[in-house]
Structure formats: C-alpha cells, structure tokens
Design a protein around this ligand. Sequence first.
Ligand SMILES: Cc1cc2nc3c(=O)[nH]c(=O)nc-3n(C[C@H](O)[C@H](O)[C@H](O)COP(=O)(O)OP(=O)(O)OC[C@H]3O[C@@H](n4cnc5c(N)ncnc54)[C@H](O)[C@@H]3O)c2cc1C
Ligand code: SF4
Length: 332
Amino acid sequence: MQPFAFARATDADAAIQWAAGASTAQQGAEVRFVAGGTTLIDLMKLDVERPHQVVDINHLPLAEVESTPEGGLKIGALVRNADLAHHPAVQRDYAVLSQALLAGASGQLRNMATTGGNLLQRTRCVYFRDTGMPCNKREPGSGCAAIEGYNRNLAILGTSQHCIATNPSDMNVALTALEATVVIRGAHGERRVPIGEFFLLPGDTPHQETVMMPGDLITHVILPPPRQGARSHYLKLRDRASYEFALASAAVVLAVEGGKVAHARVALGGVGTRPWRSPEAERVLQGRPATPATFAIAAKAALHDARPQSQNGFKIDLAQRCLAHALATAAA
Ligand SMILES: Cc1cc2nc3c(=O)[nH]c(=O)nc-3n(C[C@H](O)[C@H](O)[C@H](O)COP(=O)(O)OP(=O)(O)OC[C@H]3O[C@@H](n4cnc5c(N)ncnc54)[C@H](O)[C@@H]3O)c2cc1C
Ligand code: SF4
C-alpha cells in the first residue's frame, strides 16, 4: 500500500474544497473520500487504488432518510445499506430497493457500506484487482486480459473491445428501476443527475465509470414518489445463496390494471457494464396482458442486443428467466 495523508472532514464544503485543492497543489494527486471503506480499503491494500490523500467523510451530516415535499424519499449518502434496507418507508414503498440491498454482501458489510459508496463500488473483474495483469480500467491503454481470459462473470450488454466488466452492485439495479436521482456537490456547486445518466458505458475510456469529477461528493439519492398501485421485486441469481455477486439479476416495478400492464420499469444486473435499464422490455410490457407469455417476450427483448464472451453465453438464458420470473412475482 502506498503511503497517504489522512484527514477527517466535518463540513461538506470544506471536504470538497480540500479534495479540489489537494489535486491542484500536487499535480495528478489522487484524493479519495472514504465512507464505509469496504471497497476503497480493499483496493488500496491490493495497490489498485493509490490515493495520495484519503478524506474520511463519516462525520458529515448525511446519514438521514427524509420524505420529500413531493412524496418521495431523500436518502443521505452516508445511510448504511442495512439501515436503508430496514427503513419502514423503503420496505413499504420501495420493496425492490430493500430486497436488492439485503441480497448484497453480508450482514457485517451492509452495516458498514453506505449509499454513496455502494453507488461507486468498483467492478469485481479479477484482472482489475490483479496489478500483474493488463487492464484498461485500472491502467488505460494496457489491454483487457478478460476478453481472451476468464470472463464467465462478466458483461454481455454494453461491452466494448476495451472492457467487458460488469457493474457489480445490487442496489444500483434497484435505483435504476426506481428512476432515482443522484445529488452531487462539487467545486462549482450542486447538480442533480438522473441515475440513467450517472453511469457511463466503457467505450474506449473504461476507466471513466461515472460522471463524477475530481473532488465531487455525493450528498443524497432522491427517489420519486412511489407509483400508485405499483408493486416491485428484485431477483438475484448467483453461484451460491449468500455473500456472492449476481450472475444475473432483475429489478422490476409493475402496475397492473384490469389484467393489463399499466406501468413497467425494468433493470438488469450482473449482465451489463452499467446497471442495465431495458426500455425494450418496458415497451413490450406496456398495455399488454400481464401473463407469463408477455413476460417471456419482454425478457427476450431485454436481451436482444446481448453479445456474449467465450464463457458467459449461458447468461442470456439465465437473465431472460430471471426477468420473466421477477415480472411474474411482481404481478402475482
Ligand atoms: C466480500 C464482499 C462481498 C460483497 N458482495 C456484494 C454484493 O453481493 N452485492 C453488492 O451490491 N455489493 C457487494 N459488495 C460491495 C459493497 O456493497 C460495497 O463495498 C459497499 O457498498 C461500498 O460502500 P462503502 O461505503 O464501504 O464505500 P467505500 O469503500 O468507502 O467507498 C467506495 C468508493 O466510493 C467513494 N465514495 C464513497 N462515498 C462517497 C461519497 N459520498 N461521495 C463521493 N465518493 C464517495 C470512495 O472514494 C470510493 O472510491 C461486497 C463487498 C465485499 C467486500
Ligand atoms: S474487463 Fe475491464 S476491468 Fe476486466 S480486465 Fe478488461 S478492462 Fe480490466
């Protein structure tokens, strides 16, 4: 692990100025905020993340879940995954989010992991975590060891010739189906980014994973008001029943009126280079009878553009079944 300076922030603006200032004072200096530390510290030990300065943000007042005037929810970036999953308003109105959080990691990790940190967790591609191997995401221009190597767990949607890594988060899939907004504060003020625009496709710059700029701090995530009469569900398929990342997962929000789908939001996990919203599946569902036949057609549409690698062709069928099952459960 490379030596680093450590500071503790008690004020959001000071933390942002600190991060922006440190990068300016020392050319190329990397500054990282640390929240739960369950991603960052791991990667620092592996020498994958090599910040010069670590700023502890745990004392910032960002650990509250509040109602918004519109009837939605404002979630502080430091709300722990366990607290969010068990929050009564989340369990009542956003079940898909609670289920996704509880499907992730382990009890101890969820007690530490935060909303902001979960949004920004890094891929679990084994080559990203191994500094002895080429990886365009870790070291731009070095190559991608996964394309010709071990790629069973990696993406089949949104890949490029430079990176095929999946976004590993469960929470991010639920937030995508719920059409959340990420509130970011930076050196030039606050901006609100719809989750569909927050994550970037790898293209030829896989090291740029989100729209976050150096010194940016996530302060909140905002959920819109729950849709009247809608039900939601998260289904995660993996190699073992706990403490394992998704091979395929589906987050769905579905409203059925008179036996027909009146509203559908669909996102997939474990198969995309970013949490994968499927407008194709949503279009198929809208206005059709809420039946297994419709759900199967929607699932096929969601995977239409899939491009499997040498070891992960099985994910197409798996993700289709996962989505069809999640839709049927939400509709039941
Ligand atoms: C063994 C293991 C199994 C796991 N299994 C799963 C799983 O099945 N599903 C799943 O979804 N996840 C899983 N995880 C990942 C876990 O959910 C994440 O590590 C966790 O959510 C990260 O949150 P954190 O607060 O600890 O982030 P940190 O490690 O503190 O930070 C992560 C990144 O976010 C940045 N950051 C944090 N907060 C902010 C902020 N407010 N503003 C700007 N930048 C910020 C940090 O600088 C860092 O770059 C697993 C992790 C481990 C170690
Ligand atoms: S898939 Fe992406 S993260 Fe994995 S080795 Fe290739 S470039 Fe690196």
